[in-house]
Write a protein that binds this ligand. Structure first.
Ligand code: HEM
Length: 492
């Protein structure tokens, strides 16, 4: 058994304590009391019980040490200021492809292409896809969530691979869904059984109980093939001389005609794969949550529609350049990101070496979660945090509550590289929906109050979604159809 496991609790060797937290049972740690659902809420609660105002808690699951950062201040101290220690990613158990080495290089590539200035070059694509979305909603409003999913898939596949999605049933779109499911499963706490008990690595695959190992291998294969299929599509298009411009083609077919090293090709494969996974579900989740909160808050919806009508009028659809002139719509987006925290624990990090903060020891190689949900629901910062209230972000700048975007996309070196793409995708969908449709409830209030409280629940995953709910979309005016169809005719 590895020394990592035997010495898993460094308190035995060293007087410095670990950050406090629930002790759990010997060997098992908190495995039995760890909630299965929305555990970020339990981490916030444990923070109140144990953390001595440090903003940090720690516990172990099956010998695997986990540190949770519950406060913004601690996130700044560790993730922003000590990036060299807190920027590694937790990898899949048994991961055969070393991930962290590539990630350093891929950050550089992504930053070049997706910084705030460069991201504006995708605005036209996002505006076009918003028109396609509206037309689909006119025709089959009952399929609203498939249409929203198509928007995100179409945008990211075009940006990363130059691939055009033709329908909701597109084969590459189906890959994104499965890929996210797998990535979420693989990254959930408590999944590192194989890491915690390295001896399990040597158990043959057919041995009863070795299911976890088989699963880990399948996850790895699936994530890899998810990147490989669209990557091979680009290579084929390049070979046939018909590749359209994309992140992948830019590197795989350099303008100067130089040949591409195997190392660079591998990097591009992984980077585009990460964009594909990171960019697929996240914006879908925000827009779905937006739809529910609009259905539940017709007064807020009316205020936003009035702002849009005032600024844009009735003769055209919203454009990205309207963003600055629609502060209330912007406040609704901020509140949606806060209230319905998309990625409540971010992506797990891992410590590159031992560290110390406020007298606490942080061991090397432990798993670090930034509890973004806890930070965005801290009642000392966001009073009445469970209430959906965009007015938090209106009025004089210095009186507004802190912008949730400073946390929702993570912090430090590994913060979301797709933030500007994401913000544009969310804005254009939200503004387009508000301009053209009334979003109404498709369920009774009684359903929320008692019989079906799950209507406003969230799923537990790396990217958290509203649980399924029904809604109705009604065009706001009879001219809306012509407006949308004319706009569509212009782009095809
Ligand atoms: C509203 C939508 C989105 C939210 C809330 C979001 C949030 C996040 C968060 C919290 C992380 C982890 C950051 C950390 O460890 O501190 C992350 C990572 C990442 N996101 Fe996003 N994201 C969104 C959209 C996107 C989009 C559209 C893309 C692609 C264009 C993208 C690509 C990525 C990638 C590649 C990573 C991994 C970065 C790394 O490991 O270095 N995300 N995102």
């Amino acid at each position: 058994m590895s020394s990592q496991f035997l010495l898993s609790d460094p308190i035995r060797r060293d007087r410095r304590p670990l950050p406090s937290g629930p002790k759990g049972l010997p060997l098992l740690g908190v495995a039995l009391e760890h909630p299965k659902q929305e555990f970020w809420k339990a981490y916030a609660r444990w923070g109140k019980e144990y953390d001595n105002n440090s903003g940090l808690i720690s516990f172990h699951i099956l010998g695997r040490r986990i540190i949770v950062i519950n406060s913004r201040q601690m996130a700044e101290t560790l993730l922003d200021n000590r990036g060299a220690i807190y920027s590694d990613r937790q990898t899949l158990p048994n991961d055969v492809r070393s991930y962290n080495d590539r990630l350093r290089d891929y950050r550089r590539l992504m930053h070049q292409d997706f910084n705030s200035r460069e991201s504006t070059k995708y605005w036209q694509l996002q505006e076009h896809e918003a028109i396609v979305l509206l037309k689909s909603l006119l025709d089959t409003p009952e399929n609203i969530f498939e249409h929203i999913r198509r928007f995100s898939g179409a945008v990211i596949l075009k940006i990363a691979y130059g691939y055009e999605v033709k329908s909701e049933h597109d084969r590459l779109m189906a890959l994104t869904k499965e890929g996210m499911r797998v990535a979420s499963l693989a990254a959930a706490p408590g999944r590192w059984l194989v890491d915690s008990f390295p001896i399990l690595r040597y158990i043959p695959r057919w041995f009863p109980g070795a299911g976890f190992k088989r699963k880990a291998e399948r996850w790895g294969e699936l994530l890899y093939s998810q990147s490989l299929i669209p990557h091979n599509f680009v290579k084929k298009e390049i070979a046939a001389g018909k590749a359209s411009s994309s992140f992948s083609s830019k590197y795989l077919c350099p303008e100067n005609g130089e040949s591409v090293s195997a190392e660079l090709e591998d990097l591009v494969l992984w980077t585009s794969g990460a964009l594909f996974t990171g960019g697929s579900d996240t914006t879908v989740s925000v827009v779905q949550t937006f739809v529910l909160v609009m259905a539940l808050n017709p007064d807020i919806q009316r205020l936003a529609q009035a702002e849009i009508d005032r600024v844009i009028g009735h003769d055209r659809l919203p454009k990205m350049t309207d963003c600055e002139d629609l502060p209330y719509v912007g406040a609704i987006i901020k509140e949606t990101l806060r209230w319905g925290t998309v990625s409540p624990l971010g992506l797990p990090r891992s410590t590159a070496r031992e560290d110390e903060v406020m007298g606490y020891k942080i061991p090397k190689g432990c798993v670090v979660f930034a509890n973004i949900w806890a930070m965005l629901h801290d009642e000392s910062v966001y009073p009445d945090p469970e209430k959906f209230n965009p007015s938090r972000f209106m009025g004089e700048k210095q009186l507004q509550q802190p912008d949730p975007r400073e946390l929702a996309f993570g912090r430090g070196r590994r913060a979301c590289p797709g933030q500007f793409i994401a913000e544009a995708s969310v804005f254009i969908q939200v503004a387009s929906l508000l301009a053209t449709f009334d979003i109404r409830k498709g369920f009774d209030d009684d359903d929320i109050q008692s019989t079906k409280p799950h209507i406003i629940g969230f799923t537990t995953a790396i990217v958290s979604f509203m649980k399924p709910f029904k809604c109705k979309l009604v065009p706001r005016r009879k001219e809306i159809r012509t407006l949308i169809e004319d706009a569509l005719a212009e782009i095809i």
